[in-house]
Design a protein around this ligand. Structure first.
Ligand code: NAP
Length: 314
């Protein structure tokens, strides 16, 4: 199901509870406030200092350290914590959810999050997991911004038998935040994201690590000449270590399958370089250039040179 961006005309939720108020949670809070998508926003997070920061930033209307207290009376609860913590959060809130509350999350992995959360949730809760495919390398409540989801995809992964009305309500909420929404199974989501997001992050973490360990090229040379391609990997490799550790621990099968394919293809390129097979390299690079054009055509990146980076003025 693919839809255009629609602006809701009235709040989608009366009380929206956000558990976890980092980059994603705080962007939801800011976006929901800016677009009037919830009459009341209740915020809960693990540490007192993060909750105080959320309060100082004015991200919600009420703040609770206790997630059980935070979900009371909420018609929607969105969990935005590292995926490895999803099960524990579900266990903590399960007995305190309002009848017919929609429970959702934003985790970058879906099948494992469903496995972790679903067994804890009561039959009356309407569980509709989702994943906004939007982010930055920054973390915490200060990192979020209301426009993060605008014109970006949000993938909704309803478990089998999910109530249509609950799915439609959550879809309306994400459209209200400016997202384009697509629905698929959790397992398919994990395969797609393994190749489009998880493997690219693994490659970035790897190449930055390799460069840091080189003996023949100094660290200052790596930094000085980073615009030759390396710099864009360093941005990705600066992403939150906890979040990404959890992604690889909880999407292991799909990542290993895609990594196997990636390594096979890398050997083909290695062979072409070794044997000076220019035709193979040219054909490959021409094909990949077309993928970039497709991304630009869909408005998922900028055509500005240097990815739209503004040159520094001296
Ligand atoms: P973040 O900025 O680091 O914020 C994490 C939030 O989770 C904080 O409120 C933190 O609370 C809480 N938290 C951390 N560990 C916890 C634990 N063990 N138990 C309970 N709460 C815990 O992270 P984020 O970037 O918003 O990511 C949140 C989720 O969004 C992840 O599942 C990630 O996969 C998904 N996601 C991220 C991106 C991205 O680009 N970053 C994009 C799409 C989806 P305290 O500060 O109080 O400890």
């Amino acid at each position: 199901m693919t839809d255009a961006v629609l602006e809701p005309t009235k709040p989608v939720f009366r009380r929206l509870t956000l558990i976890g108020i980092g980059l994603i949670g705080s962007s939801i809070a800011r976006g929901a406030r800016a677009k009037g998508l919830a009459e009341e926003i209740v915020i809960s997070t693990r540490r007192e200092e993060t909750l105080e920061r959320a309060c100082a930033l004015g991200l919600g209307d009420r703040y609770c350290l206790d997630p059980a207290e935070a979900v009371a009376g909420a018609d929607c609860v969105i969990v935005s914590v590292p995926v490895g913590a999803s099960g524990a959060v579900a266990a903590a809130i399960a007995d305190h959810l309002a009848p017919h509350a929609i429970v959702s999350d934003v985790g970058s992995v879906k099948a494992d999050v469903v496995r972790q959360m679903a067994p804890h949730l009561p039959a009356h809760a309407r569980f509709v997991p989702a994943h906004p495919v939007a982010g930055t390398e920054h973390s915490g409540p200060d990192a979020g911004f209301a426009e993060l989801f605008e014109n970006k995809w949000c993938i909704v992964t309803p478990p089998e038998g999910a109530e249509t009305e609950a799915v439609e309500t959550l879809v309306a909420f994400w459209r209200g935040l400016g997202s384009k929404v697509e629905t698929m199974s959790p397992e398919h989501h994990d395969m797609v994201l393994a190749i489009t997001s998880h493997i690219p992050h693994l490659i970035a973490y790897n190449i930055v690590g390799t460069a840091a360990d080189l003996e023949k090229v100094s660290e200052s040379e790596v930094i000085k000449f980073s615009a030759g391609g390396f710099r864009d990997f360093t941005r990705i490799a600066a992403s939150d270590p906890t979040m990404w550790r959890d992604v690889f621990l909880h999407n292991r099968e799909a990542v290993l399958e895609m990594l196997g394919r990636f390594i096979e293809d890398l050997f083909v390129l290695q062979r072409a370089v070794r044997f000076g097979d220019g035709e193979k390299l040219f054909e490959h690079f021409t094909r990949t250039r077309a993928i970039r054009r497709g991304i630009l055509d869909l408005g998922q990146d900028t055509t500005a040179p240097d990815f739209g980076r503004v040159p520094k003025k001296d």
